[in-house]
Every structure is written in C-alpha cells, then in structure tokens.
Design a protein around this ligand. Structure first.
Ligand SMILES: Nc1nc2c(c(=O)[nH]1)N[C@H]1C(S)=C(S)[C@@H](COP(=O)(O)O)O[C@H]1N2
Ligand SMILES: [Mo]
Length: 239
C-alpha cells in the first residue's frame, strides 16, 4: 500500500490497470508505481476460480486475480542480517521470551503451501512457505485467560492486529523461507508473519515481536481506513 496517501489502494490499482498491456499466453503485465511490473495470470485466475477450499469457500476470494510470483509491496525494511535478529513473544503471557536466529530455527518448522491475498486485488496461490507456527510460540509463552487479540510488531513501528483465532490457525506462521529460498529483504527478511486467511497487510514483514493482548490494538493500516478484521472472502477491505 502506498503510505503517502490515504486514498484507497484499490482505486489506484484500478487506475494503474488502465495502463495494462497484454502479453502472450494470457499473461497481463501491469505497470506499477516505481517502475515495477508484476504478472497477473488469466490462466491461473481461471483455474483458481474453478476450485474450492475444503470448507466450501472459493479458492480465489471475490475481486481477486492470481499472480505468478510474489511482488514486493514496499514498506520500510528492518535491520538486515540475522546476527542482531530478535523476536519478542510477550504481552498477556505467563512466560514472555525472546528468540534469536538460532532459537527460531531450533523450533519445530512447518512447510506449508499457502494462499495470500493482497487488498489491491492480487492473490498468490499455493506458494511454499517455511516457518514456525504462531500457535507453538503461544503455547511456549502460555497465554493468560482473556487473551483475544494478537499484535504483530515490525521494524519502524509498523503493527498489524489480528484476532487470536487467526494467529492460532495451523497455517499462521513466522516465515523465514519462501519458494525454497531464504525470505528476500523486500518481502520481510529475516522473518515476517504470514496469516493466509486475512488480507496480506496483516502479514507484517521485518517482524520483531508478537504481542498477545486482551484488548484490541488496531495497527498501522487499521487506523488509516482499512478494515479491522480484513477477511478477503467477505471483502472486508475498508473500515
Ligand atoms: N513491516 C511491514 N510489513 C508489511 C507492510 C509494511 O509496509 N511494513 N506492508 C503490508 C502490505 S500492505 C502488504 S500487501 C504485504 C506485502 O508483502 P510483499 O511485499 O512481500 O508482497 O506486506 C504487509 N506487511
Ligand atoms: Mo498491501
């Protein structure tokens, strides 16, 4: 999302689509701000529209189109490298703790194929992600009764809030590998949250902390007009 203006991201994405040109084999090349390009795939979109999830939801949420590869959406990166990396697990927990890089890798790792959905209208389906389940970190910390919300804390004060049940989903992870490679810096290296069932702005990059709380704390985009809950299947785009 563009931080410079509050006008809805989708609006500007629609404007940009007026510059869309068509390449061979049904791939649409859309010009993005900053001279970046990304490829929406008609074929992948068609295929995904014919699929359903186990619980009956369509694979592709309404208003979304499939992308061929993850595209960097910006934000202010945190410190590069793993030497100084620390992830703080804290808030309303019995045993707050911090993980360094070795500590993170020593946790049980999950290899998952996940779908992510950006509020600008692209979805990246079935990409490989590796990381530590947030529910395992929560179990290690011991949640106090009454904990209902989770705040992802990232470099330079970016935060995103999610309901506890989304954070405890077995598909919600602290990811450090994507597509079989270490997470790239523009995508949040060394680690980011990935919460696939909510719009992708909830998946904080350059993650520094996970705070479990009783009372909700709307985050960066949630206090700037975006939806507090952000379910893509309900198109909860704006608050
Ligand atoms: N720390 C941080 N995390 C962030 C953001 C950000 O600006 N800062 N942007 C969010 C938004 S709006 C999106 S769409 C996704 C984009 O992830 P990507 O750049 O890997 O595609 O990251 C989310 N996580
Ligand atoms: Mo975004």
């Amino acid at each position: 999302m563009s931080r410079s203006k509050l006008s809805p991201e989708v609006q500007s994405s629609l404007t940009r689509r007026s510059f869309i040109g068509r390449a061979a084999s049904g791939t649409v090349i859309a010009a993005m701000g900053g001279g970046m390009f990304y490829a929406l795939s008609d074929r992948l979109t068609r295929e995904a529209r014919a699929m359903s999830l186990e619980d009956g939801r369509p694979r592709l949420p309404p208003g979304q189109r499939a992308l061929e590869a993850l595209r960097p959406m910006g934000g202010t990166p945190g410190a590069p490298g793993i030497t100084d990396f620390r992830l703080k697990i804290h808030g309303d927990v019995e045993r707050p703790f911090e993980l360094d890089w070795a500590g993170l890798l020593a946790q049980p790792q999950a290899d998952l194929e996940l779908d992510v959905h950006c509020v600008t209208g692209w979805s990246l389906l079935g990409a490989a992600w590796r990381g530590v389940r947030i529910k395992d970190l929560a179990a290690a910390a011991g949640l106090k009764p009454g904990t209902r919300h989770v705040v992802f804390e990232a470099a330079h004060g970016y935060t995103a809030n999610v309901l506890l049940r989304h954070a405890l989903d077995p598909n919600a992870i602290v990811a450090h590998r994507h597509d079989g490679k270490p997470l790239a810096r523009p995508h949040g290296a060394p680690v980011r949250a990935v919460v696939p069932d909510l719009y992708f702005w909830k998946s904080a990059k350059w993650l520094t902390g996970i705070k479990f709380v009783a009372r909700d704390e709307p985050g960066y985009w949630e206090t700037r007009g975006y939806h507090n809950h952000a379910d893509p299947w309900l198109e909860e785009r704006y608050g």
